[in-house]
Design a binder for this molecule. Structure first.
Ligand SMILES: NC(=O)c1ccc[n+]([C@@H]2O[C@H](COP(=O)([O-])OP(=O)(O)OC[C@H]3O[C@@H](n4cnc5c(N)ncnc54)[C@H](OP(=O)(O)O)[C@@H]3O)[C@@H](O)[C@H]2O)c1
Length: 247
C-alpha cells in the first residue's frame, strides 16, 4: 500500500497540530481536522513551510453532518483510512495544576454535558463514522487522547500524581474515553486494527496552561508512537511515552 493516511481531529493547534507535524515528517499523509477553515488553512500553511503536504478536512466533531461529510470525503478521495487520532478535546479552562478542583458536588449539568459532548460522545461517533474506512486499511490504528486525569486507580489512591487534581467533568470524560478504548479494542480483536489510549503528559498548550512542564514536541510523542505501532504492538492499552498507565 502507498503512504499511510492519518486523520487527526483538532489538528489546527496544540498537541494535535504537533502530532500532524510529526506524522507528516514521518512520511504519513496527514488530514488536518479543523472546525474553522481559517485556523485549518493556517495549519496547512505552517506544515507546507516545513515541506509537509497536508490536506485540510473540515471537521466539527460535535456535528453529525460534519462527521458524515468528513467520512464521505475521505472515502471518495482516499478509499481508506490508516490512522485516526482522536485528539480534539475541551476542558473547563486552562489547567491550573495539581491543586485545581472542579467540584463533582456542584458542577452545573450544562458544563458536564458540554465536556462530555466533545471529549466522549463525539469521539465515539467520529470513530464509528470512519471505522469502515479503517477496516479497509492493512494496519488500522486508533489513538484516543485520554489523560492521566482519567485514571480511576490514581484518583482513588492518596499520594498518586493526580490525587489532588480533581477536575470532575474532564476527568470523568477521559475515564469514559478509556472505557471506549477497552471495549472497542476487544470488539476489534482479531482484526488488523489496534486501539489505544494516550496520555500526552502535562503539556504547554492553551489547555495545558503556561505552568505545564512539557512542550508540544514531547507532548505529541505518545500519540505519534501509538499511531505508528507495528504489527507486534499492543491494543487496548493506556500509555504515556511507551509506559503503561493504570486505568
Ligand atoms: N495539554 C495537556 O496538558 C493535556 C494533558 C492530557 C490530555 N490532553 C488532551 O490532549 C488533547 C489535545 O489537547 P491540547 O492541549 O492540544 O488542547 P488545545 O490546545 O486546547 O487544542 C484543542 C484542539 O481541539 C480542537 N477542538 C475542540 N473542540 C472541537 C470540536 N468540537 N470540533 C473540532 N475540533 C475541536 C480545538 O479546535 P479550535 O481551535 O477550533 O478550538 C483545538 O484544535 C485533548 O484531547 C486533551 O484533553 C492534553
Amino acid at each position: 500500500m502507498a503512504e499511510k493516511i492519518a486523520l487527526i481531529t483538532g489538528a489546527n493547534r496544540g498537541i494535535g497540530f504537533e502530532t500532524a507535524r510529526q506524522l507528516g515528517k514521518a512520511g504519513v499523509h496527514v488530514l488536518v481536522g479543523a472546525r474553522t477553515a481559517d485556523s485549518g488553512l493556517k495549519a496547512i500553511e505552517k506544515l507546507a513551510a516545513e515541506g509537509i503536504e497536508a490536506e485540510l478536512l473540515a471537521l466539527e466533531v460535535n456535528d453529525a453532518a460534519s462527521r458524515e461529510a468528513a467520512a464521505k470525503w475521505i472515502d471518495q478521495r482516499h478509499g481508506r483510512l490508516d490512522i485516526l487520532v482522536n485528539n480534539a478535546g475541551v476542558a473547563s479552562g486552562a489547567f491550573a495544576g495539581p491543586t485545581q478542583v472542579d467540584l463533582a458536588a456542584s458542577i452545573p449539568e450544562h458544563e458536564l454535558r458540554r465536556i462530555f459532548e466533545t471529549n466522549f460522545f463525539s469521539l465515539v461517533e467520529i470513530t464509528q463514522a470512519v471505522l469502515p474506512l479503517l477496516r479497509k486499511s492493512e494496519a488500522g490504528r486508533i489513538v484516543n487522547l485520554a489523560s492521566i486525569l482519567g485514571s480511576l486507580t490514581y484518583h482513588a489512591t492518596p499520594g498518586s500524581p493526580v490525587y489532588d487534581a480533581k477536575t470532575f467533568a474532564y476527568d470523568a470524560s477521559k475515564t469514559a474515553v478509556n472505557a471506549f478504548t477497552i471495549h472497542l479494542a476487544y470488539e476489534l480483536r482479531g482484526t488488523r486494527i489496534k486501539v489505544n489510549s494516550a496520555h500526552p503528559g502535562w503539556v504547554k498548550t492553551d489547555m495545558g496552561g503556561a505552568a505545564a512542564p512539557m512542550d508540544v514536541t514531547e507532548g505529541a510523542k505518545t500519540s505519534v508512537a501509538l499511531a505508528l505501532l507495528g504489527e507486534d504492538g499492543p491494543t487496548g492499552g493506556f500509555f504515556h511515552l511507551g509506559e503503561p498507565l493504570p486505568w
